[in-house]
Design a protein around this ligand. Structure first.
Ligand SMILES: [Zn+2]
Length: 84
């Protein structure tokens, strides 16, 4: 099951399990990476293939409902969303 090529030039975010640092990289980078070092805490992190698939899927990879969501203009109540 290949990763969806249409997402390779999109930006994905992954949080460090140790320090919560939000790392943002291109799909292309995630596709080729196996291990990397967290830019926040310096821990060595692994990224397995299933994790890549899950990350891409979370951003709409493999689904058909990517372009149809235009609900962003429905009110501006953006608060401080704490994803901790
Ligand atoms: Zn970290």
């Amino acid at each position: 099951m290949p990763l969806p090529v249409e997402l390779l030039d999109k930006i994905f975010a992954r949080h460090c399990p140790h320090c919560g640092y939000k790392m943002e990289k291109l799909g292309l980078w995630f596709q080729s990476v196996h291990r990397y070092r967290c830019e926040g805490c310096g821990q060595k992190l692994k990224m397995t293939y299933p994790e890549k698939v899950a990350l891409f899927a979370a951003y709409g990879g493999g689904t058909e409902n990517l372009a149809g969501s235009d609900l962003a203009t429905c009110g501006r109540r953006t608060g401080n969303i704490d994803a901790g």
